[in-house]
Every structure is written in C-alpha cells, then in structure tokens.
Design a protein around this ligand. Structure first.
Ligand code: FAD
Length: 289
C-alpha cells in the first residue's frame, strides 16, 4: 500500500525506523526486534540505507521481510551516494520485484572528513533529482527528509524551506523530519513550510535519548539542538545508564504527547532496533496514540 493512503485515514500515523545490523554482526539480530516491533502495530516500518550503499543488500532484505513475513507496510530509504542513474534503476527494479511500494529518497551525507557532497559522474546532486527520477517510473510512493532546524549545510531555515518546496514539488507525498528535541522549533518550521505551500503530511522524527553519549554524537552529526531541560537530564543521569534510559523514555513520551495534542500528522520513532524501549513508549502513550 502507498503510505500516502495511510495518511489519508486517521492521524497521527505512528511508524518506526530500524537500521540494518553492521556487516560484521549477524543479520538475524534484527529479526527478534522486528517481531516485537510488529506486535506494537506500527502503520509502517522504514529501513535505513547505509552510507555509500554499504548496507544495500541487507537493507533490501530487511525491507522485504518486514513486508512479506511480518505483514507490515514498509518504506526503503535510498540515497544518491555513489549511485549512478543506472545503479538506481537496478535498485528500483529489485524493490519493485519484491513488491516494495514506498521509498524515502535522500541525497545522503558527504563522506567522512568532507564538508561537501560530490555526486559520482552522471549521478544526482540533490535528493530532488533522485525524486524526479523515481517519480518518472510511477511505481512508488515517495517520501523525503525535512529539517526543522535547517539542514547542516544550510542553517538558514527559510532558505532550506525554499529548497524543501522544490523537493516537495518534484513528487513527494510525505515528509519525515530529522530528529528534534524541541517541539517549538518544529511548530515554527511547520508554519513556515505550510505558508510556502508545502501541503503534504509531515511526520515527526522522534528519537528517545537512551544513552547520553550516543545522543551527543548523533546531534553533532545531524545538528539537532538539545534543550536545557534535556541537557539537565543528561547531566543528572548520564552516569547511570538505567536512570538515563528511564528519563529519556519519559522525555520522548512528553514530547510525543505534546505533538499529538498539537495534531501532528505522524510520529516516526527512531527505534534504534530497541524493541523493549519502544514498547515502553507505546505502553506509556496508550490512549494517546
Ligand atoms: P537534499 O534535500 O538534497 O539537501 C541537501 C542539502 O542541499 C541541504 O543543505 C539543502 O538545503 C541543499 N539544497 C537542496 N536543494 C538545493 C538546490 N537546488 N541548490 C542548492 N542547495 C540545495 N542518510 C543515509 O545515508 N541513510 C539513511 O537511511 C538516511 N535516512 C534519513 C532519514 C531521515 C528522516 C532524515 C531526516 C535523514 C536521513 N539521512 C539518511 C540523512 C540524509 O541523507 C542527510 O541529511 C543528507 O545530508 C541530506 O539528504 P537530503 O535528502 O535531505 O538532501
């Protein structure tokens, strides 16, 4: 099913993100988590795509399993990193063959140590180009990334929204945001995006802070700011993993509760493949989600 049809029904649409285990870990580690995540009834599960296509086979294998074996609608992330139009075509052929109907079309990050993204000769420079390419095939629902605080290479939110509008107009039927911890920044972004004429559903990327060190690394990579309240929790509980996890889950639940009260289109939980913690969030929000 096209995920845009799910958003045509009741909202908020609750969905999960998982990532393929690293090549050196057995792929089976994800399947135990997926079984438990499926039991939480997400509307769909998206599967990330490793930098430089390093996890292509695994990503596609997991996407297929989510749909066929676990019976959950799925979305394959796909990037332009190291990809030519021909290699993208062969990935699209494969996804189509497997019955995958939804793609999150991304540019991908510059390689480590480089600040700029350089496409391979003949490759796509921006997600917008990949979206246009996928759109022409007319076989997939297409989602794209949005950045409530501006993308790292474009911290001017207004300018970033100008580019987002071009991307949306290229054929996007859903936006999923970068993770954020300050709902106020998301509401301000959404108002500007709507004023620009970006009308498709926008699902909010929520990542529970389960480990203070991991979040510091991640936010440095994606540019999400950490509100004082969360910094305080990290300072207070950072040295005690169990308490930090509890506080992080509680923070995520409060964030989601506020988003739902403000009638967001969707909640996309970055599960980090942690089924038990995701289960706890869903249990805490029973009756809300
Ligand atoms: P684009 O939309 O192409 O934007 C990239 C930059 O170019 C931005 O700074 C934008 O402002 C600028 N720009 C856009 N259009 C123009 C233009 N016409 N002229 C000049 N500048 C322009 N990465 C992975 O490798 N694998 C994943 O699975 C993955 N999943 C993600 C899921 C979500 C929900 C999000 C938010 C991000 C994800 N990423 C993933 C990270 C993503 O690949 C990076 O953030 C990447 O740096 C930008 O990708 P994009 O698709 O947003 O790029």
């Amino acid at each position: 099913m096209r995920i845009s049809n799910i958003f045509a029904g009741s909202r908020p649409v609750v969905s999960f993100e998982v990532f393929p285990p690293k090549p050196e870990s057995p792929v089976e580690t994800i399947y135990t988590a997926l079984g438990k995540l499926r039991d939480l009834n997400p509307a769909f599960i998206s599967v990330t795509y490793g930098a430089g296509g390093s996890t292509t086979e695994r990503s596609i294998g997991i996407v297929e399993k989510v749909k066929r074996e676990y019976g959950v609608e799925t979305m394959a992330h796909l990037t332009c990193v190291g990809a030519t139009p021909e290699s993208i075509e062969s990935t699209l052929d494969k996804l189509e063959e497997l019955g995958v109907e939804n793609i999150l079309a991304l540019r991908g990050d510059p390689p480590a140590g480089s600040e700029t993204f350089t496409p391979v000769p003949g490759g796509f420079a921006f997600a917008r180009d990949l979206i246009g390419h996928i759109k022409r095939r007319n076989r997939f629902g297409i989602a794209a990334a949005a950045y409530p605080e501006g993308h790292l290479e474009c911290r001017n939110v207004d300018q970033d929204i100008e580019y987002l509008k071009l991307k949306a107009d290229a054929g996007v039927d859903l936006l999923i945001t970068q993770l954020f911890f300050d709902n106020g920044l998301f509401y301000a972004f959404l108002e500007k995006a709507r004023r620009k004429g970006i009308n498709c559903p926008v699902s909010t990327g929520i990542m529970p802070v389960l480990n203070a060190g991991q979040i510091k690394r991640l936010t440095a990579l994606c540019g999400a700011s950490i509100p004082t309240k969360l910094t305080g929790l990290m300072e207070k509980y950072g040295g005690n993993p169990a308490d930090m996890e509890k506080a992080g889950i509680e923070y995520a639940c409060q964030q989601i509760y506020d988003l739902v009260r403000n009638k967001v289109d969707g909640i996309h939980i970055c599960t980090m493949n942690k089924a038990e913690q995701t289960k706890e969030i869903m249990a805490n929000l029973q009756g809300v989600l």
